[in-house]
Design a protein. Structure first.
Length: 210
């Protein structure tokens, strides 16, 4: 509970701050994407949106919270936790339930961070490229599961609502290879997310309050 309250406090700080704390070395990025971010044999991406790289259809819900640190004004490294649920209709109208999970490292590179000068120009946008890799599992109810190495990469766009908050949209190729019922699955997924950018000093001050 304490960790949840801490995260909520950091998010509030990010929403209330307007001191040009977005793309700067030493800043912290907190947020989450909608979608599990893990490829399965059913669906992947935003509420089941995919481009038909795998068979079957259904719906997908998931969330991928993330935290990142700016190594410079353009490059972010951090960690992602993936949680998701798939409901898919297979052969003979049999419905399967799939639970996905993962822990990954990620990197994000903003293409032209020096061009961001919000001022009175709000909202303002910025393109980025994001990659991720780590361990993940796809557990199918009453069936075999796949656990192993997962990865993803693709372009995205951040729409800054103010100096500290941005809405994200990205298109990613996602792959999962490992031991289990499927040696390799892949898909194209669309994810939406929200990110909050705060300075390191703000984060430290918030942590000290707990």
């Amino acid at each position: 509970m304490k960790k949840i309250l801490l995260l909520a406090a950091l998010m509030i700080v990010g929403f209330s701050n307007t001191s040009h704390a977005q793309l700067e070395e030493g800043n912290i990025m907190l947020g989450a994407d909608i979608g599990s971010g893990i490829s399965t044999t059913t669906t992947n991406g935003l509420f089941g949106f995919n481009l038909g790289l795998d068979e079957n259809s259904g719906y997908n819900i998931g969330v991928s919270p993330k935290i990142g640190y700016f190594l410079n004004d353009a490059f972010v490294v951090g960690a992602i936790v993936n949680l998701g649920y798939d409901n898919a209709e297979g052969k003979d109208d049999i419905t399967s339930n799939t639970f996905t999970y993962g822990v990954q490292g990620f990197s994000r590179f903003y293409l032209t961070p020096s061009d961001i000068d919000l001022g009175d120009e709000i909202p303002a946008g910025q393109f980025f490229i994001e990659t991720n890799a780590g361990l993940a599992g796809v557990n199918i109810e009453d069936a075999e599961s796949t656990n192993g190495f997962t990865f993803g990469f693709g372009p995205g766009y951040s729409l800054f609502l103010n100096d500290s908050v941005a809405l994200d949209a990205s298109v990613k190729y996602n792959g999962l290879t490992g031991v289990g019922s499927d040696n390799y699955t892949h898909s194209l997924g669309i994810n939406l997310g929200i990110q909050v950018f705060i300075s390191r000093s703000q984060a430290e001050d918030t942590v000290d309050q707990f």
